[in-house]
Design a protein around this ligand. Structure first.
Ligand code: DGL
Length: 269
């Protein structure tokens, strides 16, 4: 019950999920892990992403977590099922929550998924949507340059507007009414994405729905933390501690204490 929840992402982007988990579960101790040494996951092979995800999960399991949240869409797309199979604790990802939110939000079922190359190539969102909504028109767009733009904090920058227009202008013809930001970094570029897609398109992110799901899992398993004292938050990354801390301040609005760690090579769950 009083064990922490573990959250991992390839980098700092998963702090959008961390923030929502704090809002939904204010009594829970949380451990955030960003695999910054190996970011971006989005351009790696499925095999590499699975291996990295298992190593991140192993580290968090060693911290005695009671629930694992895979905040990274790319890791969720490729490694969620394996993690659910191998880990002795509940594991949730961001795909199902994003899918549910998207399909609740669209009226026309003309929708876009914006994600990393690897997430889009996995077809995980497209398959899930087709399975439940065979009539939906899905426009899946990889936007690889959004991650470095977000990392460079080009949130309000003409370069971000140009690149968003480059990726998203073709969607204007598609007449979509909702777009899912299926990458943890993309919410940081929401302003440029909104500009490119126009005001009639709802722009959605799965962090809120993912935190709701985490809350539901803990309720169901009777593992909510009853503590009344201020919860403990721990942050770990595998590289770039200053960049991580600076970006974390942008995401969270406060300074964090970050511990740098090195994952042991070839360690398996
Ligand atoms: N965190 C990744 C995701 O949500 C994006 C960044 C990366 O490519 O590592 O898909």
């Amino acid at each position: 019950m009083n064990r922490p929840i573990g959250i991992f992402d390839s980098g700092v982007g998963g702090l959008t999920v961390f923030r929502e988990v704090v809002n939904h579960l204010p009594h829970e101790d949380l451990i955030y892990f960003g695999d910054t040494a190996r970011l971006p996951y989005g351009s790696k092979s499925p095999e590499a992403i699975i291996r990295y995800s298992l190593e991140c999960a192993t580290f968090l399991l060693e911290q005695n977590i009671k629930l694992l949240i895979v905040a990274c869409h790319t890791a969720s797309a490729h490694a969620l099922e394996i993690l659910q199979e191998k880990l002795p604790i509940p594991v949730i990802g961001v795909i199902q929550p994003g899918f549910e939110l998207l399909m609740q939000s669209t009226r026309s079922q003309r929708i876009a998924i914006l994600g990393t190359e690897s997430t889009i190539a996995s077809g995980v969102y497209q398959n899930l949507i087709r399975q439940h909504y065979p009539m939906a028109s899905i426009f899946a767009v990889p936007c690889p340059l959004f991650v470095p733009l977000a990392e460079e904090r080009f949130f309000d920058h003409a370069a971000a507007d140009l690149i968003a227009a480059h990726y998203l202008d073709p969607l204007k013809e598609a007449n979509i009414d909702a777009a899912l930001l299926a990458c943890t970094h993309y919410p940081l570029l929401k302003r440029s994405i909104h500009k490119a897609l126009g005001p009639s398109v709802k722009i959605l992110e799965s962090a809120f729905t993912c935190a709701e799901q985490a809350q539901a899992v803990l309720c169901l398993n009777h593992t909510l933390n009853p503590q009344e004292i201020k919860p403990a938050y721990r942050f770990y990354a595998t590289d770039h501690p200053i960049r991580f801390s600076t970006l974390a301040k942008t995401f969270l609005g406060y300074e964090i204490h970050l511990t740098l760690i090195e994952l042991e090579k070839n360690k398996k769950v």
